[in-house]
Design a protein around this ligand. Structure first.
Ligand SMILES: N[C@@H](CCC(=O)N[C@@H](CSC=O)C(=O)NCC(=O)O)C(=O)O
Length: 276
């Protein structure tokens, strides 16, 4: 692992690091905020998965998360959204290829050799950060925005028992029935739609639910509402009798102005679960 930068931030440290990912077979970059409490021992962790077009950096600089995390003594992990490089497959569309890994393990060429983002998050980066930093593996929570909200919800529901809580900002909720999902899952996973279900938050909610609290915020003026389909997740959660706070925030769009507005709520929500 190489240190790219470390800056003092809200009494802690905002770092950026690069490392070799076995799953993605390339170097990956991530951000990690450590609160002041990490000097004295392992601290709880909140994973933040970003959306389409993002690197590790977007949320790190635009989500206003570090100050609230510092107040709660929680670390933040900001992974990248895909493998990257000149010799790695890409697409001209902003919602496929580099910057758009959708947190799945691709089985189809040309994506399969590097686009292994589910394993990258849940295995490679997990192993690395708990080995190298003072993080408490028994206290993890996960959140994300848009494509990253989809990633947070699906990973939380599949990795049973790992996360105390899950939240999402304007998540893609039903990708198997959306143009933000069907085209990407066809490219990454192939035409067999049964393979897609394990990456659809609404289908996973209907099947498994989540053993813990869930918080979802979406703006009523979100320009991508028809692609996100929050109503499908809300219906599945209600049918499952899931513990959930589901909010449509009046007037807010899809941007980081929305994410940063509600970041305090999300970090407080996760802190309650992590310190329970
Ligand atoms: N470039 C696209 C819109 C891309 C976009 O809005 N990306 C969002 C996430 S969308 C779902 O995953 C984002 O987080 N962008 C980065 C940022 O810093 O705002 C277009 O022009 O339509």
């Amino acid at each position: 692992m190489d240190t790219i930068s470390e800056n003092a931030c809200f009494g802690g440290v905002q770092g950026v690091y690069s490392h070799r990912s076995e799953s993605c077979d390339c170097d990956m970059t991530f951000g990690l905020f450590l609160p002041a409490e990490a000097k004295d021992g392992p601290v709880p962790v909140l994973w933040y998965l970003s959306g389409l077009t993002c690197t590790h950096e977007n949320a790190m600089v635009k989500a206003s998360a570090q100050g609230w995390a510092a107040e709660q003594g929680i670390a933040l992990i900001f992974p990248d959204t895909s493998p990257r490089g000149d010799d790695i497959a890409n697409d001209e569309a902003f919602d496929l290829g580099q910057g758009a890994g959708f947190y799945v393990n691709a089985t189809q060429n040309p994506w399969a050799p590097h686009f292994q983002m589910y394993d990258y998050i849940t295995k490679d980066l997990t192993d690395l950060v708990f080995d190298k930093f003072p993080l408490d593996v028994t206290r993890q929570a996960i959140t994300g925005h848009s494509m990253g909200g989809h990633g947070a919800l699906t990973i939380a529901m599949r990795e049973t028992g790992r996360f105390a809580s899950v939240s999402a900002f304007s998540p893609i909720c039903n990708p198997t029935d959306s143009d933000w999902g069907r085209r990407q899952f066809t490219a990454y996973l192939g035409f067999e739609e049964d393979e897609w279900a394990e990456h659809d938050a609404s289908l996973l909610m209907a099947k498994h639910g989540f053993d813990g609290p869930v918080l979802i915020d979406t703006g009523t003026k979100d320009q991508f509402l028809d692609l996100l389909k929050p109503e499908t997740l809300a219906q599945a959660a209600a049918a499952k009798r899931q513990e959930i706070i589901f909010r449509m925030q009046p007037g807010y769009d899809h941007s980081y102005f929305f994410v940063s507005t509600f970041m305090e709520d999300h970090i407080t929500f996760h802190a309650e679960a992590l310190y329970a």
